[in-house]
Design a binder for this molecule. Structure first.
Ligand SMILES: [Fe+2]
Length: 201
C-alpha cells in the first residue's frame, strides 16, 4: 500500500492493524495497566505519525459541541475506535464510563482532569470527588483510563480538538455512565446500553 492508495483505504487498514494488535495485547489478561499503556502509545503513534490519514475533509464537523465518528464499523467484538471532534469550549463534567479508554490527539488540545471518590464520602448516596491529576492531550501526548476511573474534559484554545479514542466497548454498548455534577450536589447515572445478559458493569 503506497501513497497512491486512497486515504480512506489506508486509514481503514491502519485502524484494522491497530485493533488487531489491541486484541492480541488484551487476549491474555485483559485491560491491565501495562496493556492500557501500550494501547495508549499505539494510538498516540497512529494519531501523531499518521495524522495525514485523518483529514477533516473526510469527517463531518459537529453542528455543536462534539461528534464521534466510528472508524471501524466491522469490529462488533467489543472494542470501539473513534475519531472525535470537539469544538472550542466543549466541556464534559466529571463522569465514569464504567469501561476503560485511551485517547490521543490528531490536532488541538484537550484538558483531561482525573478524580477519585473522596474517601470520607464513599458509600454515601451522593459521593464527593476530588481531583488527583490532569493531562493535556495534544499531538504526541495521550491519556489512559481504567474501568471506573472518573474524568472531565475541556477543549483548550480556539481550534477544534481532533482526537482518536479507543474504548473497551463501542459507545452504543456502553455500561451506565455516572455523572458527578458537584456544583449542583448531584450524581446521576444514565441507563446502561449493555445487553441485559452481559450487563456485568
Ligand atoms: Fe468520558
Amino acid at each position: 500500500m503506497d501513497a497512491a492508495t486512497p486515504i480512506a483505504v489506508r486509514r481503514h487498514a491502519a485502524c484494522q492493524d491497530l485493533l488487531a494488535h489491541a486484541r492480541t495485547l488484551l487476549a491474555p489478561a485483559g485491560a491491565t495497566p501495562d496493556v492500557l499503556t501500550q494501547l495508549r502509545d499505539g494510538l498516540v503513534a497512529l494519531a501523531s505519525d499518521h495524522a495525514d490519514l485523518f483529514p477533516l475533509s473526510d469527517f463531518k464537523m459537529p453542528d455543536a459541541q462534539g461528534v464521534n465518528h466510528m472508524l471501524d464499523d466491522a469490529a462488533n467484538d467489543g472494542l470501539g475506535l473513534y475519531l472525535t471532534i470537539a469544538l472550542p469550549g466543549k466541556e464534559a463534567a466529571p463522569h465514569d464510563h464504567g469501561i476503560w479508554c485511551v485517547n490521543a490527539a490528531v490536532s488541538g488540545a484537550e484538558l483531561q482532569r482525573f478524580y477519585r471518590l473522596a474517601p470520607q464520602s464513599s458509600g454515601q448516596q451522593k459521593p464527593e470527588i476530588e481531583e488527583i491529576g490532569r493531562v493535556i492531550v495534544e499531538p504526541g501526548v495521550g491519556m489512559v483510563m481504567a474501568d471506573h476511573d472518573i474524568h472531565s474534559t475541556d477543549v483548550l484554545g480556539d481550534q477544534p480538538f481532533v482526537g482518536l479514542a479507543m474504548y473497551g466497548y463501542a459507545i452504543t454498548k456502553f455500561p451506565a455512565v455516572v455523572w458527578y455534577h458537584t456544583q449542583f450536589d448531584e450524581v446521576r447515572a444514565c441507563a446502561s446500553r449493555r445487553p441485559v445478559e452481559v450487563r456485568a458493569q
